[in-house]
Design a protein around this ligand. Structure first.
Ligand code: ADP
Ligand code: MG
Length: 291
């Protein structure tokens, strides 16, 4: 499937080229800001995972996985419960020990401690929301932004909202709720706040573990649109069960099963894949039949 990824990559690197209206900032002298220096010099980020294995006392929850995550595309990671998706993310974020290699910006994540991995630009959400319920939206973002600060001073002591935090509030659409307690946000809004926390951490790679689970149709759509707005200059990995959501938003799909990669490709390729249909009886089969 390397050909498919090659084409995806080329199209993803055209600024504003994936049909996201309004996502393109104003251009100066015809040079779009969105293209940035990274893109112009052709050094887009890649997270390269090789032979990743996670062994729990002899049980290989992840078993020799090779995966390449590219900047600028919404990469969906799907697979039945127990396939090893969360464990794979745990290994890449330093929560469990994995063997093999996972290189991002010249560092092997598998050799790093979790807080260093965060500072190196890798962020993730968890299957259950992890916002501080008693703090405001703004305070949650401020704390997340603190990963790059040396000393712990609250936003009130510093007296001003960092630009990055303001921007993130806008991007996730929660500006008007900045002072609301996170605990009373709607389910979808909490998930967006988590995405905002990754934005203020300046995460270049984001793993979103079942972020749209439990969301209404409208919230899913808002989430998909949010991810499209922010994916151009980062790598986003969406772990998902909802096939409809995948069909609508995935640029590339990896299917895991029993700790291994079962298939990879575009949505159309995945839907047509016999092995995937066998593993996913009742879900992908149904989707494929309708396609
Ligand atoms: P997924 O996220 O795809 O549903 P997981 O990564 O959570 O799957 O789990 C993969 C497999 O690893 C499952 O069989 C699960 O029971 C097992 N597993 C996960 N964490 C541990 C652990 N800490 N110790 C032992 N087995 C685990
Ligand atoms: Mg999981």
């Amino acid at each position: 499937m390397s050909e498919a990824s090659g084409t995806d990559r080329a199209s993803a690197s055209e600024p504003g080229g994936d049909g996201v209206p309004g996502a393109q900032p104003p251009s100066v002298n015809g040079v779009s800001e969105a293209s940035g220096t990274d893109r112009a010099s052709g050094t887009e980020d890649v997270l390269d995972v090789r032979k990743l294995t996670v062994d729990f006392d002899g049980f290989k929850a992840v078993n020799g996985v090779d995966l390449t995550f590219l900047q600028g595309r919404l990469h969906f990671l799907i697979g039945p419960n127990g396939a090893g998706k969360t464990t794979l993310v745990d290994a890449l974020t330093g929560l469990v020990r994995g063997s093999g290699e996972a290189v991002f910006r010249d560092r092997d994540l598998l050799t790093m401690k979790s807080h260093k991995i965060v500072r190196h630009g890798i962020g993730r959400t968890f299957q259950t929301a992890t916002v501080f319920e008693r703090l405001s939206v703004l305070q949650n973002l401020d704390i997340a932004a603190g990963v790059h600060r040396r000393t712990i001073t609250s936003i009130f002591a510093r007296g001003k909202v960092p630009e990055r935090v303001e921007e993130a509030l806008e991007t996730i659409g929660l500006t008007s709720l900045a002072h609301r307690q996170a605990g009373i946000l709607a389910h979808g809004q909490k998930q967006w706040l988590e995405v905002g926390m990754l934005l203020v951490q300046d995460a270049k790679v984001m793993f979103l573990d079942e972020t749209v689970a439990g969301m209404s149709a409208a919230e899913r759509e808002e989430t998909g649109d949010l991810l499209k707005r922010i994916v151009a200059d980062r790598t986003i990995v969406v772990i998902e069960h909802d096939m409809e959501f995948m069909r609508r938003y995935a640029d590339f799909v990896t299917v895991m099963h029993s700790g291994a990669v079962l298939a990879e490709g575009t949505v159309a390729e995945i839907q047509a894949d016999e092995h995937v249909q066998q593993v996913y009886l009742g879900t992908v089969t149904e989707v494929a039949a309708r396609a």
